[in-house]
Ligand binder design. Structure first.
Ligand SMILES: [Zn+2]
Length: 346
C-alpha cells in the first residue's frame, strides 16, 4: 500500500467567512468523514508551516501581498466574492505553505503522494489581485517553489475544478516549463478558459483548456481524460504533477451544473496517478472548490481511497444521475485537438 500524506491544520478554520459558500465547515466535513472512515488510520499527517513572503512573491506582487494583510486586518473584501477576516492572511500563508510542505514530503520520500486539505483555495488568485474566494494561488506558488528551490524543470498542473483557474493560467501563460490543463464548465464564472486560449510566445501549447457544457457526466469526463489530458501529459513528461482538486463539478454542488458523481474523482485520481507513475512518480493534490458538504466529503474520500489503493467502497451520498458519452463532448474534444495539434501529437 502506498504511503499517502495529508495536510491539515485548525488554523485553516480561522479564515472565518461565516455563511459564505467557501467556509470552514467544508474542512470540518472532510475531517469528520475521514475520521469516520478507516482511511484515516493509513494516512500520514503533514504539519504545515507558513510560506515565506519570498515564496508568495514567486507568483504575487509585493503590493498585493501587503493588500491581503491590510484588508484582513480590517475584515474587508478583496473583491465582491472574496471576504477576509483577521485570521485570513495567516491562513493564506499556511495554505500556500502546506502545499509546499506536501511537495517536500513527496520529494524526500516520506510519503508516495499527498493531498493538501487547505483553505483558502487558490486557483482564481491573480499575481496582483484576489478573486473568486482565493487569496494566494497555492498551486502556482508550489510549482514555482519546485522549480526555484528544488531545481525541477517541468511541472504539470491539472485543474479539474468546475471553474477555470484563470489565476494559474495567467501565472504561466508564456512559460513552457509549466503545462496547465483545465476542464471546466462553460459558460460559468470567471468566463475565461476558451479552447483558443493556448498560451503565448514560448508558452504556446502549454495551456490546454477543455470547456464543457453544463450537464457533462462521468463518462464524458473520462473520455476527456483519455483523449486529451493523459496523452498530452505523458508527452510533456513532467518532473512533478500537481492537481487543483475542486469538487464543485459534483452533480449536487450548488454553484455549478455538472453531472459528476463522487466516484469519478477516484477515477480521475487513478488516471493521474498513472500519468505521474510513468513520468516521475511525484503527485500532490490541493483542495480548491466544492460546496455541497456531503458531496465534497464523499468525493475527497474517493480520492484518498485511490491514493492509498485501499479498494474501499465509498457510498454515493445522492442518487446517481443518468449518464452517457455526449456528442457535444466528442465534438468539443475534436476542437481541442485541432487547437493543440501543432504542439502535441494528439
Ligand atoms: Zn470552483
Amino acid at each position: 500500500m502506498p504511503k499517502t500524506g495529508f495536510v491539515y491544520h485548525t488554523d485553516y478554520l480561522g479564515h472565518d467567512t461565516r455563511d459564505h459558500p467557501e467556509n470552514s465547515n467544508r474542512l470540518r466535513a472532510i475531517l469528520e468523514a475521514l475520521n469516520g472512515s478507516k482511511l484515516i488510520e493509513e494516512l500520514v499527517l503533514i504539519q504545515p508551516t507558513n510560506a515565506s513572503l519570498e515564496q508568495i512573491g514567486y507568483v504575487h506582487q509585493s503590493q498585493y501581498i501587503k493588500e491581503v494583510e491590510t484588508v484582513s486586518g480590517t475584515e474587508g473584501w478583496l473583491d465582491g466574492d472574496t471576504p477576509v477576516c483577521r485570521n485570513s492572511y495567516k491562513a493564506a500563508l499556511l495554505a500556500a505553505g502546506g502545499l509546499i510542505n506536501a511537495t517536500d514530503a513527496v520529494l524526500k520520500g516520506e510519503v508516495d503522494n499527498a493531498f493538501a486539505l487547505v483553505r483558502p483555495p487558490g486557483h482564481h488568485a491573480e499575481p496582483n489581485s484576489g478573486m473568486g474566494f482565493c487569496l494566494f494561488n497555492n498551486v502556482a506558488i508550489a510549482a514555482r517553489y519546485l522549480q526555484k528551490e528544488k531545481g525541477l524543470e517541468r511541472i504539470l498542473i491539472i485543474d479539474w475544478d468546475v471553474h477555470h483557474g484563470n489565476g494559474t493560467q495567467d501565472a504561466f501563460y508564456d512559460d513552457p516549463s509549466v503545462l496547465y490543463i483545465s476542464t471546466h464548465q462553460s459558460p460559468l464564472y470567471p468566463g475565461t478558459g476558451a479552447i483558443n486560449e493556448i498560451g503565448l510566445g514560448k508558452g504556446l501549447g502549454y495551456t490546454v483548456n477543455v470547456p464543457l457544457l453544463a450537464g457533462t457526466g462521468d463518462m464524458s469526463y473520462s473520455y476527456v481524460m483519455d483523449e486529451v489530458i493523459t496523452p498530452i501529459s505523458l508527452e510533456f513528461n513532467p518532473d512533478f504533477v500537481l492537481v487543483s482538486a475542486g469538487f464543485d463539478c459534483h452533480h449536487a454542488d450548488p454553484l455549478a451544473g455538472m453531472n459528476v458523481t463522487s466516484n469519478v474523482f477516484g477515477d480521475f485520481t487513478e488516471a493521474i496517478k498513472s500519468i505521474a507513475k510513468k513520468a516521475c512518480g511525484k503527485l500532490v493534490l490541493t483542495l480548491e472548490g466544492g460546496y455541497n458538504l456531503r458531496a465534497l466529503s464523499s468525493s475527497v474520500l474517493c480520492v484518498f481511497n485511490s491514493l492509498l489503493e485501499s479498494g474501499m467502497e465509498i457510498e454515493e451520498p445522492y442518487l446517481t444521475p443518468e449518464d452517457r458519452l455526449s456528442d457535444p463532448v466528442k465534438s468539443r474534444v475534436k476542437e481541442v485537438k485541432m487547437a493543440q495539434r501543432e504542439y502535441w501529437g494528439i
